[in-house]
Structures are given as structure tokens and as C-alpha cells.
Write a protein that binds this ligand. Structure first.
Ligand code: COA
Length: 141
């Protein structure tokens, strides 16, 4: 299948569709993933929160953020029916270009430990696995 893929910045109105794709993709969603919370991320990172549109419908997305030192990648996902068409790769390439334009030195992301598919995908694209321990504190559920 050859599809025409348009990448554009995400808008507030897209969050409902993004939630569907994330749920179908097994992305863990928590208190930071309501439209209000995501809008805070989007407003600070308008050119790095991206959606992929095929035939006028969103089929993939990635939320990139820059904290002034590091770039962070959240919630890359492609609708299951549209995987294997280069959408994930195009989203990451576009995000990479945007991070470079902003002068980002390094960017990172977390992957659930059992998400072997995502690890393979990212390694294929040239990303390196780091042997780090993640620690966190939940301030509100
Ligand atoms: C990971 C994911 C985003 C990949 O999206 P996709 O659109 O299907 O991937 P693409 O078609 O862009 O693949 C790009 C390249 O990676 C390769 N690739 C894809 N998955 C791979 C894997 N598991 N192992 C090795 N290579 C892989 C493809 O063969 C393709 O190679 P090519 O460019 O040399 O032809 C998609 O599988 C997904 O949404 N998964 C569920 C959500 C998820 O795990 N997100 C990551 C959260 S951290």
C-alpha cells in the first residue's frame, strides 16, 4: 500500500483522535493525558507536536518537547491499520529536524520494558538503547 502522508502540527481539536490511536496502540495513558494537560505540552511545543494525516484523517502522531536542555519524545503511535507505511519513521524524522532547528543537543524517550517492537523500530532508525534506571514521583493521580 502506498499512501500520501501529510505531517502537520497538532491542534487541540486533534486530541480526541489521538487518544483513540494511543488506546489502540497500547500507550499507557494517565493523568497527564487529558486534553487540558496535553494542551499545556502542545502550547509550549507547537512545532514539535506532530500528527500524520492520510486521506484527511489522522493516523499517527508524536509529541516532542524541549525543556531547554534536552528533547523528550512522548506517545509516538501509528494506527494499527496504517503501520508499515513509513508513517512512524517520517514522524520521527520530522521531529528530529525540528529538534535540530531548535539547537537540541540530545533527546530521549521511555519505552515500556516489554515493548520489543518499539525497541526494534527505534534501533532500525539508529537510536541507541541506554542502560538507565527511571525513577519518578506521582504528584497527583
Ligand atoms: C512503533 C511504531 C510507531 C512504528 O510505526 P510504523 O509506521 O509502523 O513504522 P514505519 O513503517 O515507519 O517503519 C520504519 C522502518 O522501521 C522498520 N521497522 C518497523 N518496526 C520494526 C521493528 N519492530 N524492528 C525492526 N525494524 C522495524 C520498518 O521495516 C521500516 O524500515 P525501512 O524504512 O528500512 O523500510 C508502530 O508500530 C506503533 O504505533 N506501535 C505501537 C505504539 C508504540 O509502541 N509506540 C512507541 C512508544 S515508545
Amino acid at each position: 500500500m502506498s499512501v500520501e502522508i501529510l505531517i502537520r502540527p497538532c491542534s487541540l481539536a486533534d486530541f480526541e483522535r489521538l487518544r483513540q490511536i494511543w488506546e489502540l496502540s497500547g500507550i499507557w495513558l494517565g493523568a497527564s493525558d487529558t486534553p487540558d494537560e496535553l494542551e499545556k505540552l502542545r502550547l509550549q511545543n507547537e512545532d514539535t507536536c506532530l500528527v500524520a494525516v492520510v486521506n484527511r484523517e489522522i493516523q499517527g502522531c508524536v509529541m516532542g518537547a524541549f525543556d531547554g536542555r534536552r528533547g523528550l519524545v512522548h506517545h509516538l503511535a501509528v494506527h494499527p491499520d496504517f503501520r508499515g507505511n513509513g508513517i512512524g519513521k517520517i514522524l520521527m524524522e520530522k521531529l528530529d529536524r525540528k529538534f535540530r532547528e531548535k539547537g537540541v543537543v540530545k533527546y530521549s524517550f521511555w519505552i515500556e520494558a516489554d515493548n520489543i517492537n518499539a525497541v526494534g523500530f527505534y534501533q532500525h532508525l539508529g537510536y541507541e538503547l541506554r542502560d538507565l534506571i527511571t525513577m519518578s514521583k506521582t504528584i497527583r493521580e
